[in-house]
Design a protein around this ligand. Structure first.
Ligand code: GRF
Length: 241
């Protein structure tokens, strides 16, 4: 197994902010495979006072920039290489056992580019969310920006949803829309969407930290009542459709 040791550097980091007592903060673990800009948005939100404690950043890529961002922010990291495991199920079982050891209240998939074994997901139902760069249920999977352009969609966007065994198929919690412009390429669209993705993820995690969101196995509940449609991100905050 190729696994780097976990590094607990809260106590030594010069960049770790002085937080108020974290007993009431939502304990959040983040899984990320790549550059980690959504992770950074959560770090910045934490530093700005959102009541979350980032208890772990884990990656399936040993050299993911997300891990470096986490270290710089004084967050414990875990890198676990799938090549060291015989099966997806074995990797996922180990990964989620390691995540569970940090007792998160919430797991955030923030650019975690793997399909997860349903058995590993099952214990986390209602406590694991994903951010996906499309207006789900449109375009689950990859190449979402290109697919939106090829379809001639006037609107594109991103969605935060509870994770179920179906790829990008769990119930949407909240979304943000942007207009597609003439001449847009997959790259320009992705770049223009990214800031909104960050705001969407931070706003959604903020609602969860405030205890206002839940998943009853079928429906997303806001303040105890099912939502008829995903919450929508406006200029400042999430609104009910
Ligand atoms: C984001 O577009 C996210 O929506 C998708 O993967 C990308 C990750 O970007 N799931 P980053 O690693 O957070 O910068």
């Amino acid at each position: 197994m190729l696994a780097s040791p976990e590094t607990a550097n809260h106590s030594t980091s010069m960049t770790a902010p002085a937080l108020s007592p974290q007993t009431s903060a939502l304990r959040v673990a983040i899984l990320a495979s790549g550059r980690g800009s959504n992770l950074q948005a959560l770090i910045d939100a934490r530093d700005a006072g959102t009541p979350i404690e980032l208890v772990l950043v884990a990656s399936d890529k040993l050299h993911a920039p997300a891990l470096r961002r986490a270290e710089a922010a004084g967050i414990v990291t875990l890198a676990l290489d799938p090549k060291g495991f015989a099966t997806r199920a074995a990797f996922d079982a180990e990964l989620f056992a390691r995540v569970a050891a940090h007792a998160p209240d919430l797991i955030v998939l923030a650019g975690f580019m793997r399909i997860i074994d349903p058995a590993a997901l099952a214990p986390w139902a209602g406590r694991i969310i994903n951010i996906h760069p499309s207006l789900l249920p449109k375009y689950p999977g990859l190449h979402t920006h290109r697919r939106a352009l090829e379809a001639g969609d006037p609107l594109h966007g991103a969605t935060v949803h509870y994770v179920t065994a179906e790829l990008d198929g769990g119930p949407p919690i909240a979304c943000v829309e942007i207009a597609v412009r003439p001449g847009d390429t997959p790259e320009t669209l992705a770049e223009r969407l990214l800031d909104d993705e960050h705001r969407l993820l931070v706003a959604t995690v903020g609602l969860i930290a405030a205890g206002r969101l839940a998943f009853d196995g079928a429906r997303v509940l806001l303040d105890g009542a099912p939502i008829a449609a995903p919450l929508r991100l406006g200029e400042e905050r999430l609104t009910v459709a």
